[in-house]
Design a binder for this molecule. Structure first.
Ligand SMILES: CCCCCCCCCCCCC/C=C/C(=O)SCCNC(=O)CCNC(=O)[C@H](O)C(C)(C)COP(=O)(O)OP(=O)(O)OC[C@H]1O[C@@H](n2cnc3c(N)ncnc32)[C@H](O)[C@@H]1OP(=O)(O)O
Length: 704
């Protein structure tokens, strides 16, 4: 797991070997102990270089070990031994040096890195802190402000950025190990880490707490770095260990580590027809057409261009086209500036003619959400594009199979549902219909990956996974307001749970008219009517009534909240809304009651979760990880809660079932509170671990 060879006469070369990322498993840690001991005691070895095999230095501690019994030598004494060695030790960083991998490099006396290597301390994203000395060595190397930024965000740096910050001593575009060996031969003896002047960044704790939305690891990271600023090294290391002990077994760490693996699980997609990621080869795509340059089309164009693809952007309205071209250039400029990369705008060709997409390999349609319009477009595309062009729709809820039926090749049609703003949001739902070819799904998934998205393959149904689950969540929030809660009470409970925005603030941001249009299309809206039963189930007309008053949210300065002006973001409770609600309840004969945050969370979240179980049962999502990644990356579900299905598993499935039964008894007219039969089945199977749910879902069962 680690090998020692002697190179260039006097350099001991230690290579870590644990593919694919040389994670620091127990065997690797033992390998490092043995090889360092041998190198240090070998009189012919004058200096040491540590590298990783297969082009990766080290991806950090082995995350798989965290869930079980940890054995083998611990990292801290290993790294202390390296730092204390009386021979110079040089880290040769290729590929990645992340987490414990970077901490290993920090314990070395010098670091040489490939310019494109990724360096970082991402432990915070796993609910942990860099507890192998990272919180103490990094601030001493680069100062507290820069270290705090890296440790509390977990962001990755390139080798070139790491050089600027002073984390590494040299960057190379040549063979990194050879450069490190040459460097090692040029230094006379080992030296200790230089201790820089430490100063704390004022106000950092408040800022970190605010943006953590209840996550505990970022706060512990700040406390650990504060210890580096105030305590001697040994005491700082002790504090680091104490803080790590509070995080290591926490539910948040478990949730975040589940997210790490789930993100990888969802890329290994499968569909009920038996097609799979490892047996379906994606088609190569270099040129993509985007049709419709509204908000979504613009964001998709930017995301494609940033991923290095050629884009043909079509907008048939000349004026809209000019506005879009201007907006896309601005978005590209800003993104390029932020990422420190050069502009990529010349890869985009704009046209007002649909025929301009005749030679592309894949089209993404992002026109107005109207079935008749999309039907017509798919018919036209099917005739004018090449016979093997993939036709994708960015619809957020319309029937993909119906769109496919408008074309000559329904097998080449899939949904690519992006989230706004499409060049920023990480989630992509890839929607397959019963006729979609495995290659079409594989190609859309691969394209999403190239665009830096977390792509999740899901089946076709109204709203797919994300928006379908959102419906009961949003409806419950409105029912709670009818029953006596205020929008502020509901939002506060959800924000304290960890959502960046509660349901009403979110609705004001995205525009109340969006949901209104959807409800109108479903025949649910009865203008001026207050009836609370529609299509045989409970209905809240509150959103419709606000829209009828022209209250569309932030864009009109009024919605569920009041804003200083149209477009302002500062939501204030609105006295008008309070009187309106009182009058509404009186006219409906509703007696307002006190609703606490527990009821808000249970009714909104358990309704959402229950729909998730229905989706799993119907095979629309292959596993709970798919749903969780959709909610974490697309809907702001707090990552430190793991996603709705993981959260349910932590609360306890029996508890979720019992509370749903309780609320269903109180509200028999709300169908989404009726517990899913899959939930019942899992509870009667003894509430197995979430990793076993897929197995149980696939098991044949009686429909009784
Ligand atoms: C009382 C309690 C006391 C508590 C004290 C106990 C303390 C014990 C622990 C001490 C820990 C000290 C602090 C150190 C902590 C860490 O180091 S945590 C790990 C930090 N590292 C990371 O977060 C990096 C994670 N990996 C990545 O970001 C990427 O994998 C990559 C390295 C950038 C490579 O990317 P890519 O090439 O795209 O490959 P992937 O598909 O992502 O990964 C390939 C497979 O490798 C698996 N994997 C990756 N990293 C790890 C890892 N660190 N551990 C285990 N496995 C890893 C990944 O899951 C993939 O697997 P498959 O899906 O099966 O192919």
């Amino acid at each position: 797991m680690a090998a020692l060879t002697r190179v260039s006469g006097s350099v001991g070369l230690i290579s870590l070997l644990n593919p694919p990322v040389n994670a620091l498993s127990a065997a690797v840690r033992q390998g490092i102990v043995d090889t360092v001991r041998r190198a240090v005691s070998d009189p012919q070895v004058k200096s040491v270089v540590i590298c990783g095999q297969n082009g990766v230095f080290c991806g950090g501690a082995d995350i798989k070990e965290f869930g079980g019994h940890m054995s083998g030598p611990p990292l801290v004494p290993i790294f202390n031994t390296i730092e204390a060695a009386d021979k110079p030790v040089v880290a040769a960083i290729e590929g990645s040096a992340l987490g414990g991998g970077l901490e290993l490099a920090l314990a070395c006396h010098y670091r040489i890195t490939q310019s494109k290597a990724r360096l970082g301390l991402p432990e915070v994203s796993l609910g942990l802190l860099p507890a192998a000395g990272g919180t103490q060595r990094l601030p001493r190397l680069i100062g507290v402000p820069a270290a705090l930024d890296l440790i509390t965000t977990g962001r990755h740096l390139t080798g070139a950025e790491a050089l600027k910050l002073g984390i590494v001593d040299q960057v190379t575009d040549q063979n990194t190990v050879e450069a490190a060996v040459k460097f090692a031969l040029s230094i006379p003896s080992g030296c200790n880490i230089c201790r820089l002047h430490l100063s704390e960044r004022p106000g950092v704790m408040q800022r970190v707490k605010k943006s953590a939305h209840g996550a505990i690891a970022p706060v512990a990271c700040v406390q650990a770095v504060q210890a580096a600023a105030t305590l001697p090294f040994t005491q700082g290391m002790q504090r680091e260990q104490e803080l790590m002990a509070t995080l290591f077994g926490s539910g948040q760490a478990r949730a975040l580590q589940y997210c790490f693996f789930s993100q990888r699980v969802v890329s290994k997609w499968s569909s009920p027809s038996g097609s799979r990621w490892d047996t379906s080869k994606p088609k190569p795509v270099t040129k993509v057409g985007v049709i419709g340059l509204g908000t979504m089309g613009r964001g998709i164009t930017v995301a494609l261009a940033l991923a290095g693809l050629s884009v043909v952007a079509v907008e048939t309205q000349q004026q809209q086209m000019m506005a879009a071209q201007h907006a896309v250039s601005g978005m590209l400029e800003r993104t390029a500036r932020r990422r420190g990369v050069s502009l990529v705008g010349d890869q985009i060709r704009y046209s007002v003619e649909l025929e301009a997409v005749a030679d592309v390999e894949l089209v993404i349609e992002a026109v107005f959400e109207d079935m008749a319009l999309k039907e017509k477009l798919f018919k036209q595309l099917s005739t004018l594009c090449k016979a093997d062009t993939l036709l994708c729709s960015n619809t957020s809820s319309l029937d993909i199979d119906h769109l496919a039926s408008q074309t000559h090749s329904p097998q080449l049609v899939v949904g690519m549902h992006f989230f706004a703003p499409a060049h920023v949001m990480k989630l992509l739902e890839v929607v397959y219909g019963p006729r979609s070819a495995p290659q079409a799904v594989a190609t859309a998934m691969e394209l999403g990956k190239r665009m830096g998205k977390v792509s999740v393959a899901v089946g076709n149904c109204s709203g797919f996974v994300g928006n379908r689950m959102l419906m009961p969540y949003v409806e419950e929030a409105s029912f709670l307001v009818e029953e006596g809660a205020s929008p502020e009470i509901v939002d506060r409970a959800l924000e304290e749970f960890g959502f960046p925005m509660g349901v009403f603030r979110m609705s004001d941001l995205s525009g109340l008219d969006v949901g209104w249009k959807v409800r109108k299309a479903r025949g649910l809206v009865e203008p001026g009517q207050m009836s609370r039963v529609r299509q045989g189930r409970r209905y809240s007309p509150l959103g419709d009534l606000l829209c009828e008053q022209g209250r569309f949210g932030q864009k009109t300065g009024r919605g569920w909240y009041l804003y200083d002006s149209a477009g302002s973001r500062e939501a204030q409770p609105d006295p008008w809304l309070q009187s309106f609600l009182e009058e509404y309840r009186a006219r409906q004969g509703l007696v307002s009651r006190r609703i606490d945050s527990q009821e808000v969370l249970e009714r909104c979240l358990y309704a959402l979760i229950n729909e998730g179980f229905n989706i799993l049962q119907e095979g629309i999502a292959a596993g709970p990880e798919d749903i969780d990644m959709i909610y974490v990356f697309g809907y702001g579900f707090p990552r430190h809660r793991g996603g709705p299905m993981f959260y349910a598993s932590q609360v306890g499935l029996a508890q979720v079932l019992q509370r749903l039964e309780h609320y269903q008894q109180l509200h028999p007219d709300i169908p989404h509170l009726r517990p899913s039969s899959l939930l019942r089945r899992l509870v009667s199977s003894g509430s197995p671990r979430i990793q076993r749910w897929r197995e149980i879902i696939r098991m044949p069962h009686s429909s009784l």
